[in-house]
Structure formats: structure tokens, C-alpha cells
Design a protein around this ligand. Structure first.
Ligand code: AMP
Ligand code: TRP
Length: 333
């Protein structure tokens, strides 16, 4: 079958991956491998924009790779690559920076948010972050990018940068579309239901959390309908974050039962959470089994990353050769 074109997506190795990463991003990567040529990046250069312990980086890269693979990424179909292993990402980022007006970046909401969150470390990398992301995507001439809702502004900017480049140097890069899950999966809220689940906040269920940890987190910290104080109060599942989680992990029948019994005050929040925990654990079980197998064979994981990086590099080099030609950087050729 001929594929529909190429797609790229990336995950930062900035901590252990969580169910938000899985539901919003990785879960949609799996079917896409069948219809597109797919490149999935572990974007370690992006992760450098936050302070980090250098000794931990390799472990984080392994965690990201193992989770990608355990969630169904197939190295025979997709390229699993390490961003820092393909120098062309940084090279293209520089060239794209030269066609990106300063105010475009100044208005990116994620930049403003990160600058607020790490006031002592507002580095140029943070500023350049969206340009490097545009380079990741355009380097592979990607036609689409599967991501969570929070990445929408970055994708809009990527299209603007592609357009600016094409206007300056002639039609070259396709303008990639975003592929975003429908419904709440594209923006999974953390346990408290107030903020998006995020590695930097830590309000997460991690993909490698064991059953006991998941039980503890959900029962202690999972926020439900705040107006419901006693079990005898009728609850409102529509405003309950734990009920939203049911829609991710429980089948229709269990969802309806929980919702009805909550509204009728037959079921307490703890009863509802017990069903939820069981279903989260069940969903994660096969992923965790594969995680364990992969963790026992890290040589294989490294070979997969090395192979994916090499295959990606070939495409990247071809693109950069063309980019150098159309931008006039050919003096030594
Ligand atoms: P990050 O962890 O920031 O590298 O994100 C990797 C991918 O997961 C991106 O496509 C994000 O949009 C997606 N993602 C991160 N957090 C969430 C969340 N809470 N809900 C849905 N998708 C998310
Ligand atoms: N910015 C993305 C995030 O934080 C990670 C990322 C980097 C990415 N480069 C990318 C996602 C290219 C999609 C395509 O989640």
C-alpha cells in the first residue's frame, strides 16, 4: 500500500510518561503507523530548555522509548529516533529562525507560561523552542502531526514559519495539519482536575505506576464533584474529573452505571473510584508487561533507537541538501 505521506511527532524526555501523554498522543500514533510513514522523536534538545540532571538524561530517554514501544509503536513500521542524533534538526532550526519575526514567538502562550514557571532560567532555548519544533516537523516534510491540545499554538506557528520560508525562498515545505484526539483525551486533567496533567507539575498517573500506587493516588488525590460532601448527597458526574477518567478507561456499561448511581446517591465516590482504579490497572497491564520485557533487554531498545535515528537522518540529510541549495548555501559544493 502506498502511504499517505509522512508524519512526525515528538515527546520530551523530561520525566516519566503519564496517561495524558498516552491518551492524548501515543495512543493515536499506533493506528497512524499503518497509513503514514511515521517518525517519532524523543526530543532531548527540547528537554534541555528546563534545568535537568545530566546523569538522568539517558534514563529518561530509555523511559520514553520503552513507553513508546510498550504502547504499540512498531519499529518495523515507524522510525523511533533521538533528536540529538540528527544534527540537521538544529541546523534547520537556525535557518527557520531567520525567517521567524520576533513577535511571533513573543506571543506563543507556552513560552509565556514557561517563562513564568522558571523565572530564573528564561534561556534562549526556551525562546527558540517553537522554532526547533517547527524544524523537527518540516525536516521530514511532514503532512500532519499527532499531538495533544496544548500543542495547537505550536502547530499554527509551524505552518506560519513554513509559509514564511516558502515566501522567502520558493514553495518547498508542506503546511502540516494537526491530528488532535476528539474530546477530553486531547487534554487530560491531572488528579486534582484543575490543571492539565503534566510531568512538570507531577499531578500524574505514570504509565509505569503499579496498582497500589494508582489506588493511593486516585483514592487520596482524585478530586470529584466538590459539592458532594456525603455519600447520601446526589453527585454530578458532568463536573467530576474522576468520571471523565471513567470515559477513558471504563466501558460504556460501567460508565452509565457509575453515573446513574452517583446521581441517585447509591454509589459513593470511593465505590466509583474502586471501579475506575480497576479499569486503569487493566488498561495499563499489557503495556506494563511489555515495559518489563523491554527493560530486561535494553540493548534491543538501544538498537531500535539507533536504527530509527539512522533512517531518519537519511531523510533529514536529503531535505537539508535541498534547503542549502534553495537558500544559496552551496559555495563549497
Ligand atoms: P510532553 O510530555 O510535553 O513532551 O508531551 C508529549 C505529547 O503528549 C504531546 O503531544 C502533548 O500534547 C501530549 N500531552 C502532554 N500532556 C497531555 C495531557 N495532559 N493530555 C493530553 N495530551 C497531553
Ligand atoms: N513540544 C512538544 C511537547 O512538549 C514536543 C515536541 C517537540 C513535538 N518537537 C515536536 C511534538 C514535533 C510534535 C512534533 O509536547
Amino acid at each position: 500500500m502506498t502511504k499517505k505521506g509522512r508524519i512526525f511527532s515528538g515527546i520530551q524526555p523530561s520525566g516519566r510518561l503519564h496517561i495524558g501523554n498516552y491518551l492524548g498522543a501515543i495512543k493515536q500514533f499506533v493506528p497512524l503507523q499503518e497509513t503514514y510513514e511515521t517518525v517519532f522523536g524523543i526530543v532531548d534538545l527540547h528537554a534541555m530548555t528546563q534545568s535537568y540532571d545530566t546523569g538522568e538524561m539517558s534514563e529518561r530517554i530509555i523511559n520514553a522509548a520503552v513507553n513508546y514501544l510498550a504502547s504499540g509503536l512498531d519499529p518495523d513500521k515507524a522510525m523511533l529516533m533521538l533528536q540529538s542524533g540528527v544534527a540537521e534538526h538544529s541546523e534547520l532550526a537556525w535557518i527557520l529562525a531567520t525567517v521567524t519575526p520576533l513577535p511571533w514567538i513573543q506571543r506563543v502562550p507556552t513560552f509565556k507560561e514557561k517563562a513564568r514557571n522558571q523565572p530564573d532560567n528564561v534561556n534562549m532555548g526556551l525562546f527558540n523552542y517553537p522554532v526547533l519544533m517547527a524544524a523537527d516537523i518540516l525536516l521530514y516534510k511532514s503532512v500532519a502531526v499527532p499531538v495533544g491540545e496544548d500543542q495547537r499554538p505550536h502547530l499554527e506557528l509551524t505552518r506560519e514559519i513554513a509559509r514564511a520560508f516558502n515566501q522567502r525562498f520558493g514553495e518547498f515545505f508542506p503546511e502540516p495539519e494537526e491530528i488532535i484526539m476528539k474530546g477530553n483525551q486531547s487534554r487530560v486533567m491531572g488528579l486534582d482536575g484543575k490543571k492539565r496533567m503534566s510531568k512538570s507539575i507531577g499531578n500524574c498517573i505514570y504509565l509505569d505506576d503499579d496498582a497500589e500506587t494508582i489506588y493511593e493516588k486516585v483514592t487520596r488525590h482524585g478530586v470529584t464533584d466538590p459539592a458532594r460532601v456525603r455519600k447520601s448527597d446526589p453527585g454530578n458526574p458532568d463536573i467530576c474529573n474522576m468520571f471523565t477518567w471513567h470515559t477513558f478507561f471504563s466501558d460504556k456499561k460501567a460508565q452509565e452505571e457509575c453515573a446513574d448511581q452517583c446521581r441517585n446517591a447509591e454509589f459513593g465516590c470511593m465505590d466509583c473510584k474502586a471501579v475506575l482504579v480497576r479499569n486503569i490497572v487493566e488498561t495499563l497491564e499489557p503495556i506494563q508487561e511489555r515495559q518489563k520485557e523491554l527493560m530486561d533487554d535494553l540493548d534491543k531498545v538501544r538498537d531500535i533507537i539507533r536504527d530509527g535515528t539512522e533512517r531518519a537522518r537519511k531523510i533529514a540529510q536529503e531535505t537539508m541538501k535541498e534547503v542549502r541549495e534553495i537558500t544559496g548555501l552551496t559555495y563549497l559544493d
